[in-house]
Structure formats: structure tokens, C-alpha cells
Design a protein around this ligand. Structure first.
Ligand code: PLP
Length: 342
């Protein structure tokens, strides 16, 4: 069995989850008939402390529909410079919502309330209307970095003072909550809308949800249909998501422990640089200075360890449900072997 650390999206349904999927009660969800989708939406809204939630096929769709529902064409959205919404969603903000993206350079994906206050402009016919601020927790390109709750609260205050909405890309919110021992509802209280994902570390085959006020979610449902995300017997997928939240979520703790084990093992290898402070959840970023990252990744693949080269000298390894602690313990030695090959 390969040790697949390319992403936490490689996680496959467990047998318990397959059973839940096979026996799910279903209906036509576009007609409002699917009881399992409704159950998931109520469950997620409750966990996040919001009025309502809507189930969608992907995290890209939840984020892009949130942008569309919060804005009108020509509006400005403020994002961190490496935000998934800006960096990895195919130009969606421009193509689907016609919005301007204004970027703030953060520290591993985290910007402060003071950074935000600095880019805000007064109301003036010269400027686009700023409508929305988006944060990401944990931050993907930041290496799974955790957004401090106190900073979120300070940012929310700036948003309130300036009439701005606040959206969270919480694809890995579950990881931030487990790592900080904070409830989801407490972590997202300050947000107007929240996107969460079931198909990453939680291991469901498909699905994300967008949560917010009743009025906002009603508007989002219209855009979901317009964007082609209305699904029929989606209870099959919702059942996987419910199972994932109930039964797989606690295992994120193991993923985080495995990430620590891996990081500490890598730290002692000559030719590898890693800053342990940057390993906060299930994403491990490290530098390979002696050998280009794509070559090291290729050599590791031949040894059954799959990782991604995310920069000329940077490798990303993501611990996940499919990888055991015993496997993780083998990885540093395999990295050392791969580095020392000629
Ligand atoms: C994976 C991810 C998404 C959305 O992913 P999909 O592949 O579209 O489901 C959104 N935000 C972040 C931070 C992600 O890591």
C-alpha cells in the first residue's frame, strides 16, 4: 500500500460510511423531497450556530455562490493573497460574480484587523464598492495555519464598522476546531457565511455546505440552481457527509499527531529544512535545498510515498485518514534514502 500524502482529498469511504450511503433514505432534493439532505443541512446549521445551510457538490461551488450571493458585479472582495477562492478556483470571482479581488499579503495566510483597516477606502465614485471580506481557516497554502479567534473577532469588528460582510472558507474548519479545542459554532460566530467541506479530512466521497442566515441561504439556493448545483437523490452523498462528521471527525486528532511525528522526523535529516512552528494541523510543508522538490517527489513515489512538490524547493505532505501512524514513522527514513540516491 502506498503512503499517500498528496492531499486529504484522497480519503476513501470506510465500510461504515458505505453502509450508511447504501441505506440512505432519498428523494428529489431540487423538489425539497430528500430527507437525508435536509437532515444534513439542519445538522450542519446547528453545528455552525447559523439559521440554515445548503448542501452543494464542492467547496469551490459553496465559495463562489457565497461571493455571488453577497455581491453585485463591480463590487470589491478582500482576500488574502493566496486564498483558495482567489488562487485555486479558476478565476471564478471574475467569471461568475464579476467582482474585483483586492489582496492582502498575510503571514502564512493570516492577515490582521490592522492590515484590513489599511486597505479600506471611503465611499467615492472613483472606487469600487467594497462588500465582502473572506478568510480561510485553516489556510491551505499557508500550510494548514490556524486563524487565531481573537484576530477573527477584531477583523469582524472592522467589517461591522464599515458595513462589510464576512465569509469563511472553512474547508478545514474542522481541523482548526480540533486543534484549538474550540467548537465550530464559537469559531464562526462572527461570520455572515461559512463554507465547510466533507470530502477532505472527513473522508466523505463528495460534498460541501454553505451556512448563514435564512435569507442568505434562500438566495444561495437560487444561485445553486442557476450554477447547475441542484442535485436529485443527493441523500446518498449527504449520508456520507453525516457519517463523516459523526464518526471520522475525531480522527483529525490522529492526523495532527501524525503531522507532528512526520515533521519531527524530517527535522533531523540533513538537506531538509522545516520549521516546526508552521506545522499546526495536518499539512506539513518542508524545504529540500539539496535536491529540487519535483525530483525528490519522483524518487519518493518509487518508494511508495506520494507527496506534492508545491514549489521549486518545497514539498507538501498532508496526513489523512488513509495513513496510519506506523506508516508515518517510516517516511523520514525513506526521505533520507531518496535524498542520498545518485
Ligand atoms: C479544497 C478546498 C476548497 C474547495 O475544494 P473543492 O475541491 O472545490 O471541493 C476550498 N477551500 C479550501 C481552503 C480548500 O482547501
Amino acid at each position: 500500500m502506498p503512503i499517500d500524502l498528496r492531499s486529504d482529498t484522497i480519503t476513501q469511504p470506510t465500510s461504515g460510511m458505505r453502509e450508511a450511503i447504501a441505506t440512505a433514505e432519498v428523494g428529489d432534493d431540487v423538489l425539497g423531497d430528500d430527507p437525508t439532505v435536509k437532515q444534513l443541512e439542519r445538522y450542519v446549521a446547528g453545528l455552525l450556530g447559523k439559521d440554515a445551510a445548503v448542501f452543494m457538490p464542492s467547496g469551490t461551488m459553496t465559495n463562489q455562490i457565497a461571493l455571488r450571493a453577497h455581491t453585485e458585479p463591480g463590487d470589491e472582495v478582500i482576500l488574502e493573497s493566496q486564498a483558495h477562492i482567489y488562487y485555486y478556483e479558476g478565476g471564478g470571482p471574475a467569471a461568475l460574480s464579476g467582482v474585483m479581488c483586492r489582496l492582502i499579503q498575510g503571514d502564512r495566510g493570516i492577515f490582521t484587523a490592522a492590515d484590513l483597516a489599511q486597505v479600506l477606502r471611503p465611499s467615492d465614485v472613483h472606487f469600487p464598492k467594497t462588500k465582502l471580506v473572506c478568510l480561510e481557516n485553516t489556510h491551505n497554502r499557508g500550510g494548514g495555519s490556524i486563524y487565531p479567534l481573537s484576530e477573527i473577532e477584531a477583523i469582524a469588528q472592522v467589517c461591522q464598522q464599515n458595513g462589510l460582510k464576512l465569509h469563511l472558507d472553512g474547508a478545514r474548519l474542522w481541523n482548526a476546531c480540533i486543534a484549538t479545542n474550540t467548537s465550530e459554532a464559537d469559531y464562526v460566530e462572527a461570520f455572515d457565511s461559512v463554507s465547510v467541506c466533507f470530502s477532505k479530512g472527513l473522508g466523505a466521497p463528495v460534498g460541501s455546505a454553505l451556512a448563514g442566515s435564512n435569507e442568505f441561504i434562500e438566495r444561495a439556493r437560487r444561485f445553486r440552481k442557476m450554477f447547475g448545483g441542484g442535485m436529485r437523490q443527493a441523500g446518498m452523498m449527504a449520508a456520507g457527509a453525516i457519517y463523516a462528521i459523526k464518526h471520522h471527525r475525531p480522527y483529525l486528532k490522529e492526523d495532527h499527531l501524525n503531522a507532528q511525528t512526520l515533521a519531527k522526523g524530517l527535522q533531523s535529516i540533513r538537506g531538509i529544512t522545516i520549521d516546526l512552528k508552521t506545522v499546526q494541523t495536518n499539512i506539513v510543508l518542508f524545504q529540500t535545498l539539496a535536491l529540487p522538490a519535483p525530483i525528490l517527489a519522483e524518487r519518493l513515489k518509487l518508494k511508495g510515498v506520494y507527496v506534492l512538490a508545491v514549489g521549486p524547493n518545497t514539498i507538501r505532505a498532508v496526513t489523512n485518514l488513509m495513513v496510519t501512524d506506523t506508516q508515518i514513522q517510516q517516511v523520514p527514513d525513506l526521505v533520507e534514502l531518496a535524498l542520498n540516491e545518485n
